[in-house]
Design a binder for this molecule. Sequence first.
Ligand code: NA7
Length: 530
Amino acid sequence: MERHDAVVVGAGFSGLLMLHRLRSLGLSAQVIEAGDGLGGTWYWNRYPGARCDIESLDYSYSFSEALQQEWRWTHRYAVQADILRYAEHVADRFDLRRDIRFGTRVTAARYDEAAGRWRVETDRGEALVARHLVMATGCLSVARLPDVPGLESFRGRWYHTGDWPHGGVDFTGLRVGVIGTGSSGIQAIPVIARQARRLTVFQRTPNFSVPAWNGPLDPAEERRIKEGYAAHRESLRWSRGGYTVEEGTERLLAQPREAVRRELERRWRIGGFSIQSAYDDIMTNPEANAVVAEFAREKIRERVKDPRTAELLCPRDHPFGSKRLCVDTDYYETYNLPHVELVDIRSAPIQAVVPEGVRTAGATYPLDAIVFATGFDAMTGALAAVDIRGRGGVALAERWREGPRTYLGLMAAGFPNLFTVTGPGSPSVMSNMLTSIEQHVDWIAACIGHLRDRQLAAIEPQPAAEDRWTAHVADAGARTLYPDANSWYMGANIPGKPRVFLPYIGGVGVYRKICDEVVAKGYDGFALTA
Ligand code: NA7
C-alpha cells in the first residue's frame, strides 16, 4: 500500500502550489491528475479564443518574488496557451512533476476512523493511504453536455469547449453551430466566425458582456506594477475581488444621472469587470442595477446593426452581473457578418440533433460541426464525482444533497483532514481565482503544519460552526441580486441541483480576516484531536 502524508487531487494552479507548500513542510505528497498534463482549467479549455478575463499581472502566483519578476506576460489578458505555458514553467521551476501522477482519476476516498487515514482509490486500481486529503479539483472542471437526443446520430464532429482536442480544430469551410452563449461561447464565437463558412449560434439566454479591450501589455504599466509587486499583491489580498479594480463606494441612485452616465462610459472604456464595481449598490439594489443593465443594452444596440438581432441579444431576464459577466473581444460585432446567424432557441427550443445538423421547433439547421459551450457542473460537481466517505461511511454527496455545508468553504464536519481548495462557501469564483487559491493553500498548509508540530491527529469543523458558516454564506448571498438569476452560481444550470448560492460573497479581504481570526483563536470552531 502506497503511503503519503497527503494526497492532493488535481494539478491545476491549486494542486501545484499545494504540492510545493507541503514539500516545504517536509511532508510527502502525491498529486493525482486526471489529465495527461498539468494546468487544470487551462489544460482542458483549449477552445478558440479561450483566455482569462482577469488581467495577467493579477492572474498569476505571488508566492515567489523571483517568479513574478521574471515571468513576462505579453497581453493585458493572457490566452489559454500562455497561461498553460506559465503553469508548466512553474512546475519545472519548482520541480513539481515528479510527484504528479497524470492520466489517473481519483474515484473514491474513504476515511478509516481507526487508522485516522484517508484511503484513496483511482481508476487504475491503485490505493493510496494518507493522513490528509486535499481536493484541488477546481470550480469549473466537470463539463456539462445537455441532454439532447440524437447526438450519436450526427454525421459531423462535435466538441465541448471544456474538453477541447489538443491539436485544435480547423473549421475552415465548415458550417458550424455553437450552442451556448456564456463566457466560453462569447469568447469562441468571434474566433470560430473567422474560419467557418457559416456560423449558427443557438442562444437560449442572452448574457451581459463588456469589452476586454485586450492588447499587448503596456511596458510602462508592467514596470510600474513590478516595481512594487509585493505591495500590489498585498493590496489585492485585502480587496473585495482580489484583482485590480477601482471600487466605487458611492450609491448609484444618489448620483445625478448625467454623472452616472459619464462614469459608466468611463468604465466601459477601461473594459473588463470595472463597470460592475462602478457603484456600491449595483449588485444589491434592483433600481441601481437596472440603470447599468439599460446602459449595457444600449451598447449592444450600438454594436449590432440588425435591430431584431440586437434585441435578441439584449438580456432582460436577470440583473446585470448576476450571471457571471462575460468579457469579450468583438462578440457583438460578429453578428454583423453576413455568414453569422443568431437563432433564438428560447422561443423555438432544440428538439434533437439529427444526422445532418440541429433541429429546433422552427427549422433544421444543416451543420458540419457542433460546439457545445454549455458550461459546467460548477463548484460541487468535481467533489460529487468522487465517492467521498467520511466518519461512519457517510457520503459527502449525501450530506450535501440539499446544498453544500462547509465551515469557511475549507472543510466539512464528519470529514476529518479533508480540505477543499476554493470550495463552495469560499470566495472562489467571485474573485480572482489565483488570489483565492493562494490564500486557501497557505491556510491549509499552515493548518497541516500546526497539526504536525503539535502532534495532533486530526482537524474537522464542529457542526455548530459549520451550521453558522453555511447560514452566513446564504445570508450574504441573499442580500444581493445574485439569487435572482438562473446561474451556475445558483446551481440552476444543472437539472435537479439544489438552488443554493454556492460561493461566499463577503469579499476576499473580509474572508481572509475571518480565516486568520479563526486560526488566531486556536482554530475556533474546529475540533482538533490528539
Ligand atoms: P455557462 O456560463 O454556464 O454558459 C453555458 C451556456 O450554455 C449558457 O448560455 C446556457 O444557456 C447554454 N446552455 C446550457 N445548456 C443548454 C441547453 N440544454 N440548450 C441550450 N443552451 C444551453 O458556461 P461557460 O463555459 O460559458 O462559462 C463558465 C465559466 O467559465 C464562466 O462563467 C467563467 O467563469 C469561466 P442558459 O443561460 O442556461 O439558458
